[in-house]
Design a protein around this ligand. Structure first.
Ligand code: NI
Ligand code: MN
Length: 223
């Protein structure tokens, strides 16, 4: 039994195989249902890239929970320079073994960053394989992500302007073939104008068989 709780923007709290995971925890985002002081326990914090709306309060959370920060090598370095005790820096490629049955893979994301390259993150546990796309446009090698890792649940940006919009995100879903798609990175600011309704329309037009789970900030998808 686990859950994926949306904390607004690209921030998620995930319970997977009894581990508490955060991805891109920008907890001070305008739609966040929680505050930093509400977080008391975390095992791993994943960061897709160094933009403030993704790096967020990672360091503060790691310091108060003793969680391990996981991301591309340069991000892990930055976190340890900022005083985080436990970091795991990897790179795009093969498995990064966090625990015996908890594996992460850093995968490409087409975006920008000052600290290393931006990534998407795949987290594979016993219960589920989850893909967080980070900030990215759609790209054809999402088909390889499906072929190699078969993510059950895909967390996909749909806001447009800095990432895919709904039209491109529907193509991403076609390539990734997840069972569940959860849209993110929309509605935080007016410029992130893509909506889940538009995503639904484009997914229907493509005839894709997928369950679209639209969360409000603070809501969870349970598995
Ligand atoms: Ni970004
Ligand atoms: Mn972003």
């Amino acid at each position: 039994m686990g859950y994926i709780k949306w904390l607004g923007h690209s921030a998620f709290e995930i319970l997977l195989d009894n581990k508490i995971l955060y991805i891109d925890p920008w907890i001070s985002n305008p739609k966040s249902p929680i505050k930093l002081q509400d977080i008391s326990k975390a095992d791993y914090i994943f960061i897709t890239h160094d933009h403030g709306d993704h790096f967020g309060e990672s360091v503060e959370i790691a310091k108060k929970t003793n969680a391990t920060i996981v991301g591309i090598y340069e991000i892990a370095n930055k976190a340890s320079q900022l005083g985080v005790k436990k970091t795991i820096g990897g790179n795009i490629g093969g498995p990064i073994f966090l625990e015996e049955n908890l594996i992460t893979y850093l995968v490409p994301a087409f975006h920008s960053s000052l600290t290393g390259t931006p990534t998407g993150i795949i987290i594979r546990g016993n219960e589920k394989t989850i893909y967080h796309a980070g900030d990215t446009g759609v790209f054809g090698d999402m088909a390889i992500i499906h072929e190699l890792y078969k993510p059950d649940i895909a967390l996909i940006p749909i806001g447009g302007h800095y990432t895919m919009g709904p039209f491109e995100a529907a193509k991403a879903v076609e390539l990734l073939k997840p069972e569940i798609v959860i849209p993110m990175h929309y509605g935080t600011f007016p410029v992130l104008s893509g909506t889940p309704e538009q995503l639904k329309k484009f997914i229907e037009e493509r005839g894709i068989d997928v369950k679209i789970v639209v969360l409000k900030p603070g809501e969870s998808y349970n598995f």
